[in-house]
Design a protein around this ligand. Structure first.
Ligand code: HEC
Ligand code: HEC
Ligand code: HEC
Ligand code: HEC
Ligand code: HEC
Ligand code: HEC
Ligand code: HEC
Length: 318
């Protein structure tokens, strides 16, 4: 028992120390390209767009392809909020109708911009790239399954390094997977095979809705030894966590996966090691139980005391 407490403590302190203090992006100031992007959003944030037909001189109103409609609020919350649309897309998109060849333009990959750049070292792009290429998504499919499949280019938000609650992190991360696995149109961009809904697949869980709002897909679908900040190696379904006790026990695996984010939250709010100690005692259903928290801190210091006394007598005996 004491060994486990100490072990998870070491894991947590490790993550705690390895965390960056701030993100690189300025999330407070006005987006750098708000004005120039307005032109694109005039059409690409609405179900209906209009333009003047040069041949007839008439203003035409047409329905926009729903997959080409983006919410400006989401775009300006994301990591690339200061970008102009034409930083990633050809400037030729300024004109409408867009030229047909533009459709064939090759898109940047994450690594094109972030690879080998020490500024972004904390995000471990190269390591994530390796992990992704080991995952089922990469091994079972060709390059058409790329980073953008999960990292929506028009809204990707870095949740785990900002001040989001665990519940918000869970919901955002899970939406990434559900948007494709429970959406036939998106799923068929990758595969012809259609699967039963996630709810049916996971019927072994007693309360599907509650579970999926409290834990992430990657908790069960990546290796538990994974020490990545965000695990990217999705394993074959045979290796998924099915045992209830993996989570429903005092040394729940969630401490080193999901709940590690809570320690940053706590650190930001309270800024003391004490917060880390309190969170170590986070047990499913027992969080917010102040006595459990105090008891575990007491236990921790008792353990330390025990070791100290032990060491003291060892030395004395010699
Ligand atoms: C007058 C409305 C209008 C404006 C303004 C507009 N678009 Fe579009 N855009 C469309 C429509 C309609 C489509 C789908 C039909 C097509 O491809 O022409 C589209 C398609 C696209 C596509 C997808 C092409 C494909 O088929 O893969 C991209 C990318 C795009 N627009 C980018 C932009 C960017 C960037 C801007 C601003 C610089 C912009 N658009 C401005 C109406 C507009
Ligand atoms: C960080 C780079 C980046 C920025 C900034 C960006 N896009 Fe994109 N956009 C992409 C990538 C990558 C794709 C292809 C995604 C895919 O294949 O799923 C794409 C696809 C599109 C598409 C076609 C969607 C489809 O399903 O084929 C449209 C339309 C579009 N972008 C419009 C915009 C508009 C409008 C803006 C500005 C508000 C913008 N983009 C800003 C990277 C970007
Ligand atoms: C066209 C170049 C380009 C591409 C492609 C691109 N990025 Fe970025 N990214 C940037 C730049 C530049 C910044 C810094 C923006 C700033 O400081 O406002 C950034 C910032 C980030 C950040 C830092 C967020 C923070 O809070 O510090 C993350 C994470 C990130 N990008 C992830 C990705 C991922 C994941 C992909 C691929 C899915 C990607 N980027 C693709 C250029 C790019
Ligand atoms: C199966 C879905 C999926 C794929 C594919 C994927 N990612 Fe991610 N990635 C996520 C999720 C979910 C997050 C967590 C979002 C967040 O809070 O930042 C994430 C987070 C990240 C982060 C932030 C890590 C940090 O330390 O804060 C980076 C960087 C990143 N991914 C890069 C990539 C790159 C590069 C690729 C392609 C080689 C890729 N991802 C492919 C789902 C995916
Ligand atoms: C509590 C652990 C757990 C969570 C959380 C979880 N899964 Fe699973 N998942 C499993 C297990 C176990 C299986 C294997 C079920 C079987 O083979 O009977 C599985 C199977 C799957 C499969 C394979 C379906 C098939 O038969 O081809 C997919 C896809 C999947 N899960 C996606 C997800 C997604 C997406 C999420 C998040 C929204 C998620 N899972 C959350 C444990 C979990
Ligand atoms: C763009 C669509 C897309 C996204 C996003 C996506 N997946 Fe998948 N996923 C697939 C496809 C396609 C397959 C392969 C189905 C096949 O070919 O059997 C798959 C397979 C799987 C499998 C089953 C592997 C097996 O053994 O059959 C699991 C588990 C899984 N995904 C989990 C996830 C998780 C977790 C996320 C989010 C982090 C996610 N997926 C995001 C499309 C997606
Ligand atoms: C990946 C971790 C994980 C796994 C695996 C897991 N659970 Fe859970 N479970 C949770 C979390 C987190 C909650 C939400 C607890 C909370 O909000 O306090 C929960 C809630 C529950 C609840 C509802 C408790 C309540 O307060 O209403 C039941 C019942 C439950 N789980 C049973 C199971 C069973 C049975 C299994 C095995 C088939 C299982 N769980 C597997 C993490 C997990």
């Amino acid at each position: 028992m004491h060994k486990k407490v100490l072990l998870s403590l070491i894991v947590i302190v490790f993550f705690w120390l390895s965390l960056p203090a701030t993100s690189l992006v300025d999330y407070k100031s006005e987006p750098a390209n708000l004005e120039s992007n307005k032109h694109c959003f005039d059409c690409h944030s609405n179900n209906i767009y209009q333009y003047e037909n040069e041949n007839t001189g008439k203003v035409e109103r047409k329905a926009m392809n729903p997959n080409f409609v983006y919410n400006p609020d989401d775009f300006y919350k994301g990591v690339h909020r200061h970008f102009a649309c034409t930083d990633c897309h050809s400037p030729d998109y300024e004109t409408f109708p867009h030229q047909a060849e533009l459709r064939l333009e090759e898109m940047y990959s994450c690594l094109d911009c972030h690879g080998g750049d020490p500024t972004y070292a904390q995000f471990q792009f190269e390591l994530i790239d390796d992990e992704f290429h080991k995952s089922v998504h990469s091994t079972k499919h060709d390059e058409s399954f790329n980073c953008w499949m999960c990292h929506n280019p028009h809204s990707y938000t870095n949740m785990t390094r900002s001040d989001f609650k665990i519940s918000e992190i869970v919901s955002y991360h899970n939406k990434t997977c559900v948007n494709c696995h429970d959406n036939n149109i998106h799923f068929q961009r990758i595969s012809d095979s259609l699967k039963p809904s996630l709810e049916v697949i996971h019927s072994f869980l007693p309360n599907y809705k509650l579970h999926f709002s409290a834990v992430r897909c990657i908790e069960c679908h990546t290796s538990q030894e994974d020490t990545m900040w965000v695990a990217h190696n999705i394993l074959e379904k045979e290796f998924a966590v099915k045992k209830c006790v993996e989570c429903h026990s005092s040394n729940t695996m969630l401490i080193s996966s999901l709940y590690k984010y809570q320690n940053i939250e706590a650190r930001r709010n309270r800024g003391t090691l004490n917060a880390v100690l309190i969170n170590e005692a986070y047990v499913i259903g027992a969080n917010r139980n102040i006595y459990v928290n105090y008891a575990s801190i007491a236990l921790f210091f008792l353990t330390l005391l025990g070791i100290a006394i032990h060491v003291f007598f060892r030395i004395k005996m010699k």
